[in-house]
Design a binder for this molecule. Structure first.
Ligand code: HAM
Length: 426
């Protein structure tokens, strides 16, 4: 037998038993973004490698270790997108959507990072994200947070996620803070692990992110970012907090929240849950006022976030907040005898004409009654329509309820939609 080929590690199939859950989540997201006036943008999955190097930052885990980068047949270096923000800015600059304008955009689709796969962390995963441009004040920071909060409300999980916020301040304030942090960490260098020592040289703020308990303890006594904020950033952060308070959105200020991508300034935030184990960040984002210019556009502010769809589906499933998949069809149309196939197909089509909500499956491939009813049961149908030559001659069907103890009855074609509504609503 030929050897079977398997999916790439960390890249998952979404099977029919799961896809209905994804559709429910996607429909909820579409409903919420529309209610805030956001418009969809779709960008390619493959971009120039430089785009991600210049935006996410050369000294980040994503760019250093996780990108799927390859040379195409012309020798150009291309990368499967690891996130959506850089592409949105690239497209916005390229098509003149950003300069002198205001935009509220959203996207949904696959992203790729070569991380070690585990529950909630995959190599191909999906993000839903929003990106806004041309809006400098904290009311838009609050709006994107409220938009995400509305999703939790819609899905009934508000009690299971908490919001952490922080401000990284201006570039200058962050540089001053960096100097103070480095000075502090150098005093305690012997307590740093190898990873933190490396970060201390290349990207010191990321030491704040360390998962090592010993480093965490050290960091908890380090100078706080918030003490170094410039006055404008302080006022921006105060307004954000005020707007969140007004809207009744609870938050924790986490001065050690720095995020793993370099483009942020001022507001950063994460929604985290304790119900998913180690990969508890469901949604994360912030402000990135320098990125548009950094990628060659005229300066314009940006704010956005991205939500990990696998993590959200997993969370909803764990908390039993999502409907399990419905059977593929409610009504199974049999065709008993080869000469009834045309009539059975007509019956099925006329039912679909009469009510688009009817989910009708037509038996294909012949076989006796027992075999056809077995299929009806397998697909989870509630009703079988038995169609033989007698039914065909009389323009009727025999309606057989498959669940409960309803009686089998003959029904004229003209009465069939009403009869099915009756049976299916019981
Ligand atoms: P990020 O924190 O890298 O930010 O990713 C956002 C979310 O995507 C994470 O919180 C997580 O839920 C999900 N995610 C990330 N990596 C994986 C993975 N390997 N497997 C499963 N889920 C994952 C960004 O990507 C920024 N572009 C967010 C943003 C938009 N900031 C401003 N605008």
């Amino acid at each position: 037998m030929a050897k079977t080929i398997q999916a790439i590690r960390g890249m998952n199939d979404c099977l029919p038993t799961e896809s209905g859950k994804w559709q429910q989540v996607e429909a909820g997201i579409r409903q919420v973004v529309a209610s805030y006036g956001y418009q969809e943008i779709r960008t390619p999955i493959v971009e120039s490698t430089d785009l991600f190097k210049r935006s996410i930052g050369e000294v980040t885990d994503i760019v250093e270790k996780e990108m799927y980068t390859f040379a195409d047949r012309n020798g150009d270096s291309l990368t499967l997108r690891p996130e959506g923000t850089a592409s949105a800015v690239r497209a916005g600059n390229e098509h003149g959507l950003i300069y002198n304008q205001q935009q509220r955009l959203w996207y949904m689709g696959p992203m790729f990072r070569h991380e070690r796969p585990q529950k909630g962390r995959y190599r191909q995963f999906h993000q839903f994200g929003v990106e806004t441009y041309g809006l400098a004040s904290a009311d838009i920071d609050a709006e994107v947070i409220l938009l995400s909060a509305r999703l939790w409300k819609l899905f009934g999980i508000s009690d299971h996620v908490t919001l952490q916020i922080n401000s990284l301040g201006s570039n200058e304030a962050r540089q001053n803070y960096k100097d103070a942090l480095v000075a502090y960490l150098k005093q305690h260098e012997s307590q740093l692990d190898e990873d933190s020592l490396r970060r201390l040289e290349s990207n010191p703020l990321r030491v704040l992110d360390s998962k090592n308990p010993q480093v965490q303890a050290l960091v908890s006594d380090a100078p706080s970012l918030l003490e170094y904020l410039d006055d404008d950033s302080k006022a921006h952060f105060a307004l954000l907090c005020e707007l969140l308070d007004n809207a009744g959105v609870a938050y924790e200020i986490n001065p050690r929240l720095v995020r793993g991508l370099d483009y942020y300034n001022r507001t950063v935030f994460e929604w985290v849950t304790e119900s998913l184990g180690a990969q508890g960040t469901v949604c994360a984002g912030g402000r990135y006022d320098g990125l548009v210019e950094q990628l060659g556009g005229k300066p314009a502010p940006g704010v956005g976030f991205a939500l990990g769809m696998e993590r959200l589906v997993l969370l909803l499933d764990t908390l039993e907040k999502i409907e399990q998949n419905q059977p593929a069809a409610d009504i199974y149309v049999t065709a008993l005898g080869d000469d009834t196939r045309g009539y059975a197909s007509q019956v099925a089509e006329s039912l679909r004409d009469s009510d688009s909500q009817f989910r009708v499956m037509l038996h294909c491939g012949g076989g006796n009654l027992k075999k056809q009813l077995k299929r009806a049961d397998k697909v989870g149908a509630s009703v079988a329509l038995l169609i033989g030559s007698e039914e065909m001659a009389a323009h009727q069907v025999t309606l057989k309820p498959l669940r409960g103890n309803g009686e089998q009855v003959n029904v004229a074609l003209s009465e069939l939609p009403a009869a099915l509504h009756n049976v299916l609503s019981v």
